[in-house]
Design a protein around this ligand. Structure first.
Ligand code: XLS
Ligand code: NI
Ligand code: NI
Length: 437
């Protein structure tokens, strides 16, 4: 039973020479890249919210889309939305999707009615997963859209909002577990402030730390085996957000003793808002041992806003996957989520297919380029060689706690150490990258 919303129910792989807008040119799920099927390396997920719940609003204008599941105020229409969504996942051959509770169910005005509607839709999703083989990459709670969250969720000055947030997270974790979700994400768009004039930073840090502890405790209590991840973002919608970037989140996790329990989901657009590159955030998370998953949506570089566009820049994506593959890929259960939305003028049903096809092809090209960089080895050999002086027994001993300023000072004089600067060869390395992208 097909709703007929899209003009096709299967996007084929036709190879790089194809001009068919409804075909993949680079994403061939069965192609082997670094010993694994491309589908298993990339682990694509479609974001339920941007593709199905967002109606095309911007700060100056209302909905531009016209979908058969509008208005989104009944369980009936939520079912139509789910039918079309699973048709999109299947047509693309996307192995995963991601959700917030509020994308899936209508808002019926109070907690119990919403929970009943959510539970009903979750049953429907479970049946659709079974029928199509599509799986859940991660679930999350929407603790930012409704006005009750305007002053924060766990960091709200009102403990009743903390309670409401805890109850919502619990039902979303239950749904994620029930649907076999591989991860659970927390993104704190309202965990921050508009002005310090009305904000107690110490209390808000304590509240947020306690909530995260309860999330981890609940994960173990229900036997949920996936990763718990925080998604860093420096601002928007709040003026300042506490989960600013990977380094800030790591400090928060350390302070609350959660660095071995919680990882990060790194979004390209958020990295850019924080003044970093995406690969910086990924490489740092790998180094700190908290890398989990990615949201592969880019920003417009001029607007300074989280514009959530489908990826289309192969060199940027290639360097991100380079750092991901160097550390074993998504071995802990993460994947590539398109937290991406159409431009509001792209109002045709098939634009949803076309946006994802472009994103998947871009990621496929980036992945292949990254794999080629790794197989070639020039880049990592260069870095290894650059630091190789540290490999001697003496310097390894210093790093392990040996030596002292005094002893090293004597060594400098005794051995007549006079360091000779060596080129960092950035242009050479950029040229090497260009061989692969
Ligand atoms: C918003 C975030 C959000 C999270 C999930 O900027 O990217 O979409 O991924 O809550
Ligand atoms: Ni975002
Ligand atoms: Ni995101």
């Amino acid at each position: 039973m097909n709703t007929g919303f899209f003009s096709t129910d299967k996007i084929p792989f036709e190879g790089p020479d194809s001009t068919n807008p409804l075909a993949f040119r680079h994403y061939d799920p069965d192609e082997i890249v670094l010993g694994k099927r491309m589908e298993d390396q990339l682990r694509f997920a479609v974001a339920y919210w941007h593709s199905f719940a967002w109606e095309g609003l911007d700060p100056f204008g209302g909905p531009t889309f016209d979908r058969p599941w509008y208005p989104q105020d009944s369980v009936e229409n939520a079912k139509v939305k789910a039918d079309v969504a699973f048709e999109l996942f299947s047509a693309l051959g996307a192995p995963f999707y991601c959700f917030h509770d509020a994308d899936m169910r209508p808002d019926l005005g109070n907690f119990s009615a919403n929970k009943r509607a959510f539970d009903e839709i979750v049953e429907i999703f479970a049946a659709k997963q079974e029928e199509t083989g599509v799986k859940l990459l991660w679930g999350t709670a929407n603790l930012f859209s409704h006005r009750r969250f305007m002053s924060g969720a766990s960091t709200n000055p009102d403990p009743e909002v903390f309670a409401y947030s805890a109850a919502t997270i619990k039902s979303c974790m239950d749904a994620t577990k029930k649907l076999g979700g591989q991860n659970y994400v927390l993104w704190g768009g309202r965990e921050g402030y508009e002005t310090l004039l009305n904000t107690d930073l110490g209390r808000e840090d304590q509240q947020m730390g306690r909530m995260l502890h309860m999330v981890v405790e609940y994960k173990h209590a229900i036997g949920f085996e996936g990763q718990i991840m925080i998604e860093p973002k420096p601002q928007e919608p709040s003026k300042h957000q506490y989960d600013y970037d990977v380094a800030t989140v790591y400090g928060f996790l350390k302070r609350h003793g959660l660095e071995n329990e919680v990882r990060v989901n790194i979004e390209q657009g958020h990295s850019i808002l924080a003044g970093h590159s995406w690969e910086h955030e990924i490489a740092l998370a790998q180094t700190l041992g908290i890398f989990g998953s990615i949201d592969a949506n880019r920003n417009d570089y001029q607007s300074g806003w989280d514009t959530d566009q489908f990826p289309n820049n192969v060199p940027e994506v290639a360097l991100a996957y380079y750092h991901i593959l160097k550390h074993g890929g998504f071995e802990a259960g993460g994947g590539t989520n398109f937290d991406s939305k159409l431009r509001r003028q792209s109002i045709d049903a098939d634009d949803l297919l076309i946006g994802h096809i472009g994103g998947m092809d871009t990621c496929a090209r980036g992945l292949k380029a990254a794999a080629a960089m790794i197989e070639d080895g020039t880049m990592s050999d260069f870095v290894d060689e650059r630091y190789s002086g540290w490999n001697s027994d003496y310097w390894q001993g210093v790093l392990a706690g040996g030596g002292s300023l005094d002893e090293i000072a004597r060594k400098v004089e005794d051995e007549g150490i006079e360091p000779e600067p060596r080129s960092g060869k950035q242009e050479y390395l950029e040229n090497v990258v260009n061989r692969f992208v």
